[in-house]
Structure formats: C-alpha cells, structure tokens
Design a protein around this ligand. Structure first.
Ligand code: KIV
Ligand code: ZN
Length: 540
C-alpha cells in the first residue's frame, strides 16, 4: 500500500473563476487544474549574465507555448526599450498561452505594460508592491496605510486595460500575515483576480509556507474571488518544496522557471514542480495540463540561449537524472524499470533512440527531426543555413544526436543576430615546449581584420588575438567547456562570462574543435557586451 500523505485540509477553500475559453490563464472552473505561470523570460532573465535578445525570448516563448504553459511572463516593459520590444514581440507571436508583463504599482509602469501587451490574444498585467516591514520602511519609505492605498490604486488603474490582473505583495514571506490579509482583501475588492504570494528572498520553509497560504485563504473574506499563486526563491534550496507545500494547502498557480533559473539562487524549477505533482497524484488533488514531453527541449533551449549549463545531477533534466551507474541498480532496472525509476525518461522528453541523423540524411529528414524536437524556423533561409551547418558537422562527426542539433540551432541563432563581429577563420599552433600562437581573421562591421598573438595556451592566444582586434576591454569572469555528447569526436560547448562596466553577459559557442568553440563563445560574448548601451535596463 503506497504511503499517502496528509490530504488537503478539509477547511481549505479552493478558488476558481469562470473565464472565457480563449484565456488559458483562468480556465480553472475546476480546482483540479494547477496553473503553470512561467517567468523564465522575466525573473529568469534577472540572473546575472542571462539576458536574452528579443528573438531569443520569442523562441523560448514558442517552446513554452508548445509545452502548454498557461501563462508566460515575458518581461518588465518599463525596465528598458529592449524589454518593452521583447514583450511586444512575444505578445504578437503567442496565441495559445496568456502573455503577462510585470509592472510596479505605478501608473507609468502599468501603462507601459499594457502598451506592450495590447496585441496579445490574451494578456495579464502583474503588478507588485512590497509589504514586509523592512521593505516598507527601508526601501519604499511608506506607511502601511499608504502601501494599501497605492496597491488598490494600481489594481484599479490596471483594470482600465484588462480584468486579468495579478497582484504580488513583494517579500510576503517576511510580511505580517495580518497585514497581508488586509491588503489582499483590498486588492481583490479593487479587481485583482490572482494573488501571488512571493517568498522573494527564499526565507520560507515548506510547512510554514504551506500553512501561510492556507491561513490567507481561510481568513480573507473574499478569497474565493481570486486564484492563489506562489512564487518561491531558492536561497535555501527550498523553492520547489515550498511551492509544493503551498499547492497542498490550496494554491492553484505556481510561478516557476525552466531549469530553476532566476534572481540569485533562482526560482522553483518548472520541471520539478510539474513532475512532482504529476508523479504524486496520490498526494496532490490537482494537475497541470502541461505536455511534459517538451521539458527537455525547453531545458536545452534555455540553457543554450543563456549559457547556463545544467548540472549533471539536476533532477529531471540533468544528464544523470535517468542514468544508473551501480550494478545493483542496473540489474534491477533491467528486470523491472520501476525498481529504481519513479518517472519514465521519455515522459519528460529524453529520447530512447538518441542517434538521429548522419551525413547521408537529407533536408526532409533534418526538417522532420527539427519538428519532433519542437524547433520551428521563421524562414526557409534560416533552415537552409542550419542545414548547411549540419552537413559540415556530419562530415566531421559521424553520428549526429539531438543535443548536436540543439547546439547547431542555438549557434545559428547567435550568428544571425550578433552581426557586428563574425569569426572568419582561426589557425592555432601548439606544440610541446613552444609558446602557442593563434592567427585569427574576424569581420567587424563588414570589414575583415586579422591578428596574431601568443598566450599561455591555445585558448589564451586566441583570446588575446581577438581582443587585439575588437578591444572590448571586457574581463573574462568564467570559462567552461562541456561535451555535448560522449566520445572524442563530440562537440565541445564553451561558455564564457564577460564583464564590462558592471554589465555581465554570457557568450556561447559549439564545435568539434574546442579552440574554435572557444573563439565562437568569446566572439558571441563580445557582440553582446559591446551592444548599444541604450538597451540597458533601469534598476527597479
Ligand atoms: O521575487 C519576487 O518577489 C518577484 C515579484 C516581482 C513577484 O519576482
Ligand atoms: Zn522573484
């Protein structure tokens, strides 16, 4: 008999709101649905070095839409012109998920969010204001009464644009529950339809956080008019556990990110929350509508675009998540898979037969495999470019795996967008007892330049040669190489982190030759770090 944990407390109210069928964020006429709100493009992008271009955000948003995420938080439009345009582009591209934008509890923020979202099929405005004593006193310098007044005014202002409004009392995890009850009751009366309880600084622990959600739903008289949501940070490694405790106590929306990306230690990982709820249906009285077979595609896409590698032992999406090393485990799994596996790898998108294509594969087979991986190109030209690169790779490497294809696609995207500096060629001499030397040819703004430099190793020589041409002045904070697949003919994927004037960017490159991969990563990073400064975000 499987262990059954505590059932949902009898007294817990489950809140639902009837909504138009087109708005996926509020189709919770039944308490069995767990709404998945993905904030990879907003909170995830707040990780230092994880900034994404508009086109990258659209690619991720489409993958999230394909996975059937209910709400996609696309950005914070007031933060920068770049953020505004990215939210606008996501709003135009997405039809099956609700697109959301963040706004402080200020009219100008809300107006900007509404402007960016106006072409979306369905949209939500998410406004927030801090409620913890320390934030109200030190950051806002406002009295609690003023905070309530401003939150109510913000929600009323947002209602000019939509009736799909989310309010977050920032730092709720350290706020007084009595004050939370007061402000949340007031914003529901003003028209908020989702109340998101953030543990902004990752201070909560599961039992206590779950009890807080239950208490709020119990005590707030009009709580049945809103959906309760949670947004947890991972400073103590408890973000997913806290979110799940909240769901057990009645929350019906979870805010999360792919691979747990996010400010500082990150947010609840979407794949962890979704798979925990799906796997433990004996405990949870709800489920998401996600197509979990898309999880790996989303994970690789986000990792590729941001340059944040996934640790091998990461749950669900790490390379070892379904690998069995010990003989006893292998023996057990061969006899009956359930002996050591609680989920099926293929249910989260790990393919069974990972060898997909070779040098004789044609364009149609390539296109079909891309489609299976959920990769759609905007234009035939982009597909052709990637196909040419696939053929080049297949000449060097006989077996092309899904991971290779994902890396090719990321590489094509990087090359297409970062036009200022391009790698034309690289020649490196490295021999025992000699100082390595690199000669590089780059195109900068369409003009070819070449340089030769020596260094302590081939990568160092290459970076010195690149720097002597581009003069980025950036400091290299991190350099890492991962093999994309196994074997000595595998592609190496290099990630660099560059810092200039307080701005941090990640660059990435993949190639079967790791020195060339290193050059591509550095060039990619330089293109980002030397971008127009008007795209900088305002600090909020
Ligand atoms: O962590 C936080 O409090 C947030 C809010 C804006 C929801 O990201
Ligand atoms: Zn957050």
């Amino acid at each position: 008999m499987p262990w059954r944990g505590p059932a949902l407390r009898n007294s817990t109210k489950l809140n639902t709101i009837a909504t138009p069928a087109t708005d996926r964020s509020r189709t919770v006429n039944n308490p069995d649905q767990l709404i998945i709100f993905d904030t990879t493009l907003r909170d995830g992008e707040q990780s230092p070095g994880a900034s994404m271009t508009r086109d990258e955000k659209v690619r991720i948003a489409k993958a999230l839409e394909k996975m059937q995420v209910d709400i996609i938080e696309a950005g914070f439009p007031i933060a920068s012109q770049g953020d505004f345009e990215a939210v606008q582009a996501v709003a135009r591209a997405i039809t099956d998920s609700t697109v959301c934008a963040l706004a402080r509890a200020l009219e100008k923020d809300i107006d900007r969010a509404a402007e960016a979202l106006k072409e979306a099929s369905a949209f939500r405005i998410h406004t927030f204001l801090a409620t913890s004593p320390i934030h109200m006193r030190e950051k806002l310098r406002m009295q609690p009464d003023e905070v309530v007044e401003r939150a109510v005014a913000a929600v009323k202002h947002a209602r000019r644009y939509t009736d799909n409004i989310e309010f977050s009392p920032e730092d709720a995890g350290r706020s007084d529950p009595d004050f939370l009850c007061r402000i949340l009751e007031a914003v529901i009366d003003a028209g908020a339809t989702t109340l998101n309880i953030p543990d902004t600084v990752g201070y909560a622990v599961p039992e206590q956080f779950g009890a807080l959600i239950g208490e709020l739903m119990e005590r707030i008289p009009n709580s049945d008019k809103a959906v309760f949501s949670v947004h947890c940070h991972n400073d103590l490694g408890l973000a997913s556990a806290n979110a799940l405790a909240a769901v057990m106590n009645g929350a019906r929306q979870v805010e999360c990110t792919i691979n747990g990306l996010g400010e500082r230690a990150g947010n609840s990982a979407l794949e962890e929350v979704v798979m925990a709820v799906r796997t433990r249906q004996d405990l949870f009285q709800c489920d998401s509508r996600l197509d979990t077979t898309q999880i790996m595609t989303c994970s690789r896409l986000v990792s590729g675009i941001t340059g944040f590698p996934v640790q091998p032992n990461k749950s669900i999406v790490g390379a070892n998540a379904f690998a069995h090393e010990s003989g006893i485990h292998q023996d057990g799994v061969l006899k009956s898979r359930e002996t050591y596996e609680i989920m099926r790898a293929e249910d989260v998108g790990w393919s069974q037969n990972r060898m997909v294509l070779g040098k004789h594969s044609g364009r149609n087979a390539f296109r079909a495999r891309l489609k299976e991986l959920g990769i759609v190109f905007e234009s035939e030209a982009e597909l052709n470019d990637t196909f040419t690169r696939f053929k080049e790779l297949a000449d060097k490497k006989h077996e092309i795996f899904d991971e290779d294809i994902q890396a090719l696609v990321t590489d094509t995207g990087l090359a297409a967008e970062n036009e200022r500096i391009k790698l034309i060629s690289l020649r490196v001499c490295s021999a025992t007892g000699e100082t390595p030397e690199a000669t590089i040819v780059l195109s900068v703004d369409g003009k070819e330049h070449s340089a030769t430099a020596s260094g302590s190793g081939p990568v160092d020589a290459t970076y010195c040669a690149i720097e002597s041409i581009v003069e980025s002045g950036a400091e290299l904070q991190l350099y890492s190489v991962n093999n994309i697949t196994s074997g000595t003919d595998a592609q190496g994927e290099v990630t660099v982190r560059l810092e200039r004037g307080g701005r941090i960017v990640n660059g990435q490159g993949a190639d079967t030759d790791i020195v060339i991969a290193s050059a591509k990563a550095y060039v990619n990073g330089c293109n980002k770090v030397m971008q127009d400064g008007t795209k900088e975000k305002t600090q909020v």
